[in-house]
Design a protein. Structure first.
Length: 51
């Protein structure tokens, strides 16, 4: 996820929807949906809703 985050930070919104595809590819995820699911899990683990 750190690689994907770095790619997203580097691209910003320059690529639009393609940013997720590039981040997924560069960080080894099979597709952007798998990457988004992993990203959401990381977000929820860092900020659990029950806190």
């Amino acid at each position: 996820m750190e690689i994907a985050k770095a790619v997203e930070d580097e691209l910003g919104n320059k690529q639009g929807k393609r940013t997720a595809e590039v981040a997924a590819e560069k960080s080894g995820f099979s597709n952007k949906e798998t990457y988004r699911q992993a990203k959401n899990q990381c977000i929820h683990l860092r900020n659990p809703p029950y806190r």
